[in-house]
Design a protein around this ligand. Structure first.
Ligand code: XIL
Length: 829
């Protein structure tokens, strides 16, 4: 067990037994609630919907046919619905909402909703959203005869309209996205702006096209918009297809169609990319480019039917995970991306098992869960992609690419400078921001970051603030500042400072953001203390609590040095970067332990001991190597190593990840993080590395009680009870300390809160030291008889402690007569 030094008080022996007991209770409760549903353990890490939901993202799957307990078998249905509801907030029906299924009889216009209703109901009961699939599809093989036999434009339009009106009205309330038309384009007809309609599926294979004409798509969109408006629903109207994901003639035709629709006011609002990847490795750069040109039109982007054809071997599964990760990651980097859906979610059932073009026979294993509902590497790939973006930059338009918004000039109503996008010499991309004609040193761009900082993406704690400055007139002090205002009215600045000159200079630093009570405002701004020089700004980021500089390698080798004698190089070829434009390679390694390293000592000392998460993507050129990420602390002339390790791929990226506990009595003399293999000296690729603190030490939150304004006589009345009783006193008058034992995940039991009851007639200030990372809420209760306790409505004033991760809570307690007793109460939010 680690011993964590705490000022003036050693509490380790006091806490240990309590922590153990609480943990074993928790584990027992967890297993009991999971076991009856599925033999499979809960996947590690957060649920997908918990990662996506707070960011307004949709993550989900198509739910298959026979969606009843009888249809699937009770045990399967129970596991199927449990996993779906637990992981997803976005659901579609694989078939039940298709035209033929809604009109199974041949009597126009008869509707049968029984099966279809189950999906929509499930989505609502799971607290999720529904995806309508699909109003109009040429291939709906079960298009009833009454459709096929309708051969006049007006006749078929009447059927189309009635269908959209009826189905739209019925499922509109819980639906957020509707595929209005599916697969209307051919695969390889070259299109031009004037003739994109030539790329429409040939009338001989598409009854809707054949009878209504080539305007059937826009008529369907207009009708869907009309019923939506009439009913006050809010779903987005989407065109869905396959083969439209990357750059291709079909994608070009789709692009031209979208442009044309938008120009003429056809209510197209988004695109669905099916992403039935098959066995291919797609061109990620082309997907990114295609997504970008469509989102530049203002369209929402959805991945609607993702699956792959990959075998079930371990390498296959890792390859599959890499495909899932790369595609989702690219999508998440597009600000118009709204949702990710797989076509089914368990390998138990997939349309690919019967699809005729399936080259692997039954061994296609397309989805993120096994047939037995265990999470596959592909599941963790989705989780990781969502989680990474979850922690990704909190600043919008940090690259000043095409607009100034949401940045604004700092000077209120008076134009105190000229703000212009400059294409002259951007740090990256096409533009940087040029600020000139400044009237004050504080004139600069400001961005409101309150929404992200106040949300679950931000919060108090460590954030990484960085940006690039250029001051053409020569060396000048520059700074980036995160400014917060809290509900006590206090404003605090968290600056990152440096000096920039005529070439681009990076400012980068970690800020430990704190505020009292509630956050009221938060901004980021850039300025030049002491001067009004023109300056350029680019690539501003406010990141998560990652302790590493340049963790994505997007700044090349910058921040990384060699441990041993390897040569470090910035890699831009697709195989050597995990996401983004660059990866890092260590070649000419002299032995297995050679690799890229980073000095993490300053960041680590600021963050303090505790539980850390380490992860990174690794790759070598030889199969079967074990990749390792190590934090090495130099303590008392020796090295302490804390590693996470995993076998890594030769031709695919593998995520090496885990949790480590770091502790020290005296600050370590050195602290580095490095990547290595346990054998071999082949070139080692590294990308997207994360080191962040998850929690304070797995010893308890430390709470000290300090009661002021007493005289010696009154001290005799102290009542100290509960688990803390033995920790009373500190040799100082008017000061009593005790400890509360809590490990991360523990819930303080109501009856075991340590309590110091003070018989007091005068007013009193109560001070408590709290470990912030534990998230324990502290309130105060009072009692006249030590039997009945009543919560007091006193808000604490909060002061950060000198030691990071802790703060002081001071409660000003009212005078009471007759005398009252007070005690703190601890709860987890
Ligand atoms: C498929 C279903 O998965 C099968 O069960 C059904 O037999 C045929 O349709 N593109 C689409 C989906 O838009 O509707 C298709 O779903 C798969 C391809």
């Amino acid at each position: 067990m680690l011993r964590i030094p705490l000022p003036s008080l050693s509490v380790a022996t006091l806490r240990r037994p309590r922590v153990r007991r609480l943990r074993s209770l928790l584990v027992a409760g967890l297993l009991a609630s999971v076991a009856p549903v599925s033999a499979q353990p809960l996947p590690d890490g957060p649920r997908l919907r918990d990662l996506a939901g707070p960011r307004g993202l949709l993550v989900g799957a198509a739910l298959g046919d026979n969606f009843t307990s009888a249809g699937m078998g009770a045990a399967t249905y129970a596991a199927y619905t449990t996993v779906a509801a637990r992981e997803f907030n976005f659901f579609t029906a694989e078939n039940a909402h298709k035209f033929g299924r809604l009109h199974p009889t041949d009597t126009p216009p008869a509707y049968t909703f029984t099966a279809a209703d189950r999906y929509d109901t499930f989505a609502r009961q799971a607290g999720g959203h529904f995806h309508g699939h699909v109003f109009i599809w040429y291939k709906d093989t079960s298009i009833p005869d009454f459709v096929v036999n309708t051969t006049t434009r007006d006749g078929l339009l009447a059927i189309l309209n009635d269908h959209i009106d009826t189905v739209g009205a019925r499922y509109g309330p819980g639906t957020v996205v509707w595929d209005v038309v599916n697969e209307a384009l051919q695969n390889s007809v070259a299109a031009t702006p004037s003739n994109w309609r030539d790329a429409l599926r040939h009338p001989s294979t598409d009854h809707w096209h054949n009878i209504i004409g080539d305007d059937y798509i826009e008529l369907a969109f207009r009708r869907a918009a009309a019923v939506r408006a009439a009913r006050g629903h809010t779903y987005r109207l989407v065109y869905n297809d396959y083969g439209n994901e990357s750059l291709s003639p079909k994608a070009d035709a789709q692009y031209l169609m979208a442009q044309d629709f938008l120009a003429r006011g056809v209510p197209l609002e988004g695109l669905g990319f099916q992403f039935h990847i098959g066995t291919a490795t797609p061109s990620y750069a082309n997907i990114r480019a295609n997504f970008k040109r469509l989102s530049d039109l203002g369209l929402d982007l959805y991945i609607t039917e993702f699956d792959t054809i990959t075998g079930s071997g371990a390498t296959d599964l890792d390859k599959q995970a890499a495909l899932y990760h790369r595609v989702l990651d690219i999508a998440l980097r597009n600000p118009h991306f709204r949702g990710f859906q797989t076509w089914g979610f368990t390998d138990r059932t997939s349309w690919l098992y019967t699809w005729s073009g399936n080259p692997l026979g039954d061994d296609v294993r397309p989805l993120p869960f096994t047939a037995d509902f265990a999470a596959k590497p592909a599941y963790y790939a989705i989780q990781d992609a969502l989680a990474y973006e979850h922690r990704a930059p909190l600043v919008q338009n940090g690259g000043f690419e095409n607009q100034l918004a949401p940045w604004s000039p700092s000077a209120g109503s008076v134009p105190a400078a000229t703000f212009a996008l400059s294409a002259a010499a951007p740090h990256s991309g096409a533009h940087a921001l040029l600020v000139s004609n400044r009237v004050a040193a504080t004139t600069g761009p400001v961005q409101d970051v309150y929404p992200v900082l106040a949300s679950s993406r931000g919060g108090t704690g460590f954030h990484h603030l960085a940006g690039w400055f250029r001051v053409p007139s020569g060396p000048t002090p520059v700074r980036l500042v995160l400014r917060v205002t809290d509900s006590t009215g206090a404003t605090r600045d968290f600056p990152v400072e440096g000096v920039a000159g005529a070439s681009w200079t990076r400012l980068s630093g970690r800020v430990n953001v704190t505020w009292n009570r509630a956050l009221v405002a938060a901004t980021i701004f850039a300025d030049t203390p002491g001067s009004t020089a023109d300056f350029l700004l680019d690539d501003v980021t406010l990141g998560d609590g990652n302790l590493l500089a340049n963790s994505t390698m997007e700044d090349g080798v910058d921040g990384w040095t060699a441990l041993g004698s390897p040569v470090l190089s910035e890699e831009t070829t697709q195989a050597r970067r995990h996401y983004g434009d660059r990866g890092l390679r260590a070649s000419a390694r002299a032995s297995a332990w050679n690799g890229p390293m980073q000095d993490i000592r300053p960041a680590l000392l600021a963050a303090g001991p505790g539980l850390y998460e380490v992860s990174g993507y690794m790759k070598t050129t030889v199969a079967g190597r074990v990749g390792k990420l190590t934090v090495r602390l130099g303590v008392g002339g020796a090295y302490l190593h804390h590693s996470v390790a995993r076998e890594i791929g030769a031709d695919s990226w593998t995520r090496v990840s885990g949790r480590i506990e770091l502790a020290w009595d005296a600050p370590p003399a050195t602290a580095i993080l490095y990547a290595e293999t346990t054998a071999g000296a082949e070139a080692l690729d590294l990308d997207d590395v994360l080191l962040r603190k998850l929690a304070d030490p797995v010893v308890p939150a430390f709470v000290a009680w300090q009661a002021l304004h007493f005289d010696e006589e009154e001290r005799a009345d102290d009542t100290l009870a509960g688990p803390a009783a033995s920790a009373a006193g500190d040799g100082m008058p008017n000061l009593v300390k005790f400890a509360l034992g809590l490990a991360p995940g523990d819930t303080p039991p109501a009856d075991a809160a340590p309590r110091l009851s003070r018989d007091i007639a005068g007013s009193l200030t109560l001070e408590l030291r709290r470990a912030i990372a534990s998230g324990v809420l502290v309130t105060v209760e009072s009692s006249g008889d030590l039997q009945t306790w009543t919560p007091l409505a006193v808000e604490p004033a909060i002061t950060p402690d000198a030691e990071p991760g802790h703060e002081w809570l001071s409660f000003a307690l009212p005078a009471s007569s007759p005398k009252a007793f007070y005690r703190p109460r601890f709860t987890l939010p």
